[in-house]
Write a protein that binds this ligand. Sequence first.
Ligand SMILES: Nc1nc2c(c(=O)[nH]1)N=C([C@H](O)[C@@H](O)CO)CN2
Length: 114
Amino acid sequence: MTVITKVRVKDLPLLADIGINPDEIGRRQPLVITVQLLLEGGAVEAIGETIDYRRIVRAAETVSQVHIPLIETFAHRLGMECLAWPGVVEACVTIDKPFALTRGLAGVEVTVRR
Ligand SMILES: Nc1nc2c(c(=O)[nH]1)N=C([C@H](O)[C@@H](O)CO)CN2
């Protein structure tokens, strides 16, 4: 039997100093972030055998503290941080930037894998 465990934080709203345009530097804009982590190992019976999803929120908040030009870079940095945690073999980070376009919703998805 195979057990596949994924831990997810979905649609986390976050303010970040993000953007390639000069007027986007030094101010914070809303992002909506979803992170899904794939864990190795079997059935989870205790919090110590998984990733506390509050840790994902804290990591996203930490990445949002510095200016990052591209949402791809933000997603990659957050994914790499999560991948360094015990038992995480894959991190998929989706970021939407709700006010980037006057029409449509801009977003990216970055997956990093061990
Ligand atoms: N693929 C991307 N395209 C663009 C990004 C981005 O992060 N990834 N960012 C911008 C600007 O910062 C935009 O949000 C405002 O003009 C443009 N294109």
